[in-house]
Design a binder for this molecule. Structure first.
Ligand code: 5AD
Ligand code: SF4
Length: 437
């Protein structure tokens, strides 16, 4: 039988889905991307914004007709949305064709749930949160062959007032460094060139009974797996960015010169309401320290516009911060109230038109910043890990520099997965244009 895993949301979910696929493969399922031919369908969901949830409901709805044709199909919903009691209740009531709802911390038990359902049990609703344990040695079937995701910690303790993640992913817990290093070694042996260490806030990693911090982990991975060409990590919370991490980035040549450092807002007043625990000034100081020690670094960020109480003056501070920092990419979002979070009931919610207007203005400023930022690369050389090839007109290979900037250059599919030297000759939209050297 075939199984289809449909993934929404962030890299953590992509990584979780690789474990779901690993379990399904070991059970004897073949994998397909075509929902129409699958006997087992699982939606791995995201709850971070309302739009993400709406998309999931739309997709789940499609399985109603499939099950009418073939009642033996099993449909499951798992991940962040599934962990919310209100969503589980809604599915129980209004989506009777969904067989199982699995929270974020029981996915390693998927075979058990499928077995139960196939042997005639009722619908399964399992939202248990574990008490700090991390299931290790769950089988993995990775999507790629040269670039991999590798979770180093789960959960989040920060409770930013807009964010649902701490509620659905539970308390922060870190994997042991030996498990992480072993997994990285395995990837390098299998020919992987790049690994991205994942966590909601990697800077607060505390492994091995709280004795190993993130800079120490980074050094271990770097020194114990010399075959690996590139080490990336995300996400870094500005409140926990240490000089130890900045030093590690400066000293370790195979740690990529890029940091994703979500600022969320440029106004210290709004940052306080968001419970971000840093000010605009502290953030800018960190950026200056990063640039001083790692001159070739590029920064990317996340920004929310229209947080409750955000005035035009607050928003202008976000615009000026974006100009001042000079990000190479900014992922920008309109604030979306999440039931159960502190911000959802704050006064002065911002009307949609204002959010739309601010998002548009922010994106314009960021585009301008990016165009200017790209100019300095013209005429320089760099190394790209080739990710793919675009065949729209002439074949253009593409991939990223160490600093996360995307480069397109004439080249074909044979280059995918290899490291290549390029000369930058121009820029287009968000990317650089280059040629092989
Ligand atoms: N509304 C809008 N954006 C949000 N994010 C998290 N929660 C919300 C929300 N309620 C954004 C933040 C975070 C990114 C992953 O999603 O910018 O960094
Ligand atoms: Fe959400 Fe804040 Fe945790 Fe990031 S650090 S997952 S924004 S609560």
């Amino acid at each position: 039988p075939l199984a289809c895993v449909v993934t929404f949301g962030c890299q953590q979910n992509v990584s979780d889905s690789e474990r779901l696929k690993g379990e399904l493969s070991e059970m004897g399922y073949g994998l397909t991307d075509d929902i129409n031919e699958a006997q087992f369908i699982i939606f791995n969901t995201c709850a971070v914004r309302e739009h993400a949830e709406d998309r999931v409901y739309g997709n789940v709805g499609v399985t109603k007709a499939l099950k009418k044709q073939n009642p033996n199909i099993i449909v499951a919903v798992c991940g962040c949305m599934a962990q919310r009691q209100s969503v589980a209740d809604k599915i129980k009531r209004s989506y009777p064709y969904v067989d199982m709802v699995l929270g974020t911390q029981v996915q390693h038990r998927l075979p058990e749930f499928i077995y139960k359902r196939l042997s005639g049990s009722g619908r399964i609703f399992e939202l248990e949160l574990l008490n700090g344990e991390i299931p290790e040695n769950v089988p993995i079937k990775r999507d790629g062959t040269f670039k991999g995701w590798l979770p180093i910690m789960y959960g989040c303790d920060n409770f930013c007032t807009y964010c649902i993640v701490p509620y659905v992913r539970g308390r922060e817990r870190s994997r042991n460094s030996a498990d992480i290093v072993n997994e990285v070694k395995g990837l390098a042996l299998a020919g992987f060139k790049e690994v991205t260490l994942l966590g909601q806030n990697v800077n607060s990693y505390k492994g091995d009974g709280e004795t190993t911090d993130f800079p120490a982990l980074l050094r271990m991975v770097h020194d114990q797996v010399p075959e690996l060409k590139r080490i990336r990590f995300m996400t870094s919370h500005p409140k926990d960015l240490s000089s130890g991490l900045i030093d590690a980035m400066a000293e370790l040549p195979r740690v990529c010169k890029h940091i994703h450092l979500p600022v969320q807002s440029g106004s210290s007043r709004i940052l306080k309401l968001m419970n971000r625990c840093y000010t605009r000034e502290k953030y800018i100081e960190e950026v200056q320290q990063l640039r001083a020690k790692v001159p070739e670094i590029e920064l990317t960020t996340d920004i929310i516009v229209g947080f409750p109480g955000e005035t035009e003056a607050d928003f202008k501070e976000t615009l000026s911060l974006v100009e001042q920092v000079g990000y190479s990419a900014a992922y920008t979002f309109m604030y979306s109230p999440r039931k159960g979070t502190a911000a959802a009931t704050m006064p002065d919610q911002i009307p949609d038109e204002v959010k739309h207007d601010r998002l548009e203005r922010l994106n314009e400023v960021q585009s301008k910043v990016l165009r200017n930022g790209n100019m300095k690369y013209i005429g320089t050389y760099g190394e790209v890990l080739v990710e793919g090839c675009d065949h729209r007109s002439e074949p253009m290979a593409y991939g990223k520099l160490s600093n996360f900037k995307m480069v397109y250059f004439p080249g074909d599919d044979s280059l995918v997965g290899s490291m290549r030297n390029v000369k930058i000759t121009g820029s287009q939209n968000n990317s650089l244009i280059g040629e092989l050297v």
